[in-house]
Design a protein around this ligand. Sequence first.
Ligand code: MOS
Length: 739
Amino acid sequence: MVEPLKAVGQSIRRFDATSKVTGEALYPGDFNMDGQLWLKIRFSDRAHARIRSIDTSAAEALPGVVHVITAKDVPVNEYGLVTKDQPVLCGPGSTISDADVVRCYMDNVALVVAETEAIAAEAAKLIQIDYEDLPAVFDMEAAMLEGAPQLHEDKPNNIEIHYRIRKGDMAAGWAQADVVVEGEYSTGYQEHAYLQPEAGLSYIDEQGRVTVIVAGQWTHEDQYLIAHALNLPEDQVRVIYPAIGGAFGGREDMSVQIVLALATHYVRRPVKTIWSREDSIKYHHKRHPVTVQAKWGATREGKLVAMEARIVGDAGAYNYTSSKVLANANLMATGPYECENVHTDTYAVLTNNIPTGAFRGFGAPQACLAAEGLMNRLAEALNMDPVELRLRNSIREGSFLSVGTPLPPGVSMPQVIERGALESYWTHANGWQRQAVEQPENPALRRGIGFACGFKNVGYSFGAPEQSWATVELYGNTEIEHVVVRHGGADVGQGTHTVMVQMAADAVGVPIECVKFIGHDTAETMTAGSASASRLTFMSGNAICGAAAEALEAWRREERPAKATYRYRPPKTTPYDPMTGKSEPNFAYGYVAQAVEVEVDIETGFVRVLRVVSTNDVGKAVNPQQVQGQIEGAVIQALGYAVMEHLISVDGRIRNPYLSTYLIPTVLDIPIEVKSVVLEYADPIGPFGARGMAEMPFVPLAPAIAAAVKDATGVWIDDLPMIPDRVVKKLREQGVGVL
Ligand code: MOS
């Protein structure tokens, strides 16, 4: 007999809610230890240069300075999440060839450990670095040309990666097309702007382990990269996460993890560091600026018959996750649509700019801007309702993607589009009808409505190893009295630990009060993979359900306590074929559709987003309130990306590294209404039917806003961010202006 679910599906209050509100929750910068020292990093002063020598004598002579560390002191001087292509410290005398080259302003050159933060900061400035300047390149198209400055010897023409899709017969596709639309789209950097910049405390724990308290997205990955750089066995390194103030992909790559560990490794004392907001904006990776040139063709009936795209992303000076982000962009460039003939070329290009990497959506938002932009242009060219056109082409159960393989079962894109339309501005009687927009009296204010949809993978893609461990321990005698769940997944602020406890309670069949959660410490759990790719509910739920089933069997065998550790592995995915792109990219997806209403001030170019209706298939809302929180959070973050956030980089240097000049949404910028419509079409292999959902509501917002701006003004804006000066210029160019 199946027990009814008691915890799953309930808006259980988050366990950390009170401590976050009262301020009792401790973030990495809140920890202190007796005898602690302070760490400051000396960053590169050049975008591209070879370091001839480093003179640390003046810094070392400063009273209060305990130790100065340079490249020659790093046991294995390399790191990187996907490719170990970045020195921990740049400079001569390293174990790794070419580590004497700085390739961007965020490269680390030296570390100062001192008695106080002020002394460490002063000493860092006293370090003399002798640079031999190298030619630099900041434009991704220029970087690919013959004769451009080369960043890495093994990456000719600075091409980090090139993906191709070659499906069908393009000539035949174009021949069938009655209508062809083309566009060129560009997106900007985006800063993660999480609460509490990078910070941490390192020390030697009671078992002699180099231990780092820090905020990240995957404790075991941090542990591995620290151990690699320090040349220590992994069990001699311990990583602990306290409260984390958001991550959004920005804490996936290393920031202070390795340098703190290195400092404690040498001085054998606790070492603390806290970055300022300015440091954080200047020295951690950003969302990729991407350009997409694309051309789509359709028949008069609105059937897509040919799609072509060239996508170029600025990786900055090192790979970070660029090779994965652009893989995803390449897949998402054709939107959630079926088409027989597809041709793409996608590049991640190395430049001397700040590295770019993971950020909520992971390449999908950039590609979606172009895909949904062209879909809306096509609707206009065909004089067809954009919802109707989407439904005629939408992927559905059994559809094949551009990569020549069927989607995993559980495709709900058509249902999500329909519901998204009906819950917003559309009706369906004799075909799809959109409501008229009521215009304000002020003739300078123009309102419009736009629609876009999208999809996003859950879990790692393209053959990347994917797994998650969980342990369930059952305590009691005749009855199960309490349950301990161990899982390594990071609660970055999304509330995943509460969700894990909910799933564990129902998997074991006990009230949630009986479940205790242990995590955020490499010494206490097995690896879980990262808090990314919208994967934690899906992966941890399956792992916890597996562990619970085995623990219950042990319980029935009368083992006390009954314990089980279980590894969940989802269906395998495969990498792109290098010539055709054929692959099985993902094992699960989440689907989203969004309608927005905007008001454009045609005098100033200011775009105000009035209403957003976000319809998301989440499979099963394990905690409905948290799902709503994720939708609202993603929508506001995407709103900032689409119309406000403008990070300016000149010759590789960020010119506005402050929240006073890099504007993110605040309470006055949010729409009057964000309506979350939550659908529950179960994923066949999701725990309790759940799909991942954290990134999906970010994906189509920008193109939905662009379509609404077009509806309001008659002008397409194809470049992000749609800030007033850019919008007003476009409006004037097309004769829309002050009355
Ligand atoms: Mo996320 S962008 O998958 O860390």
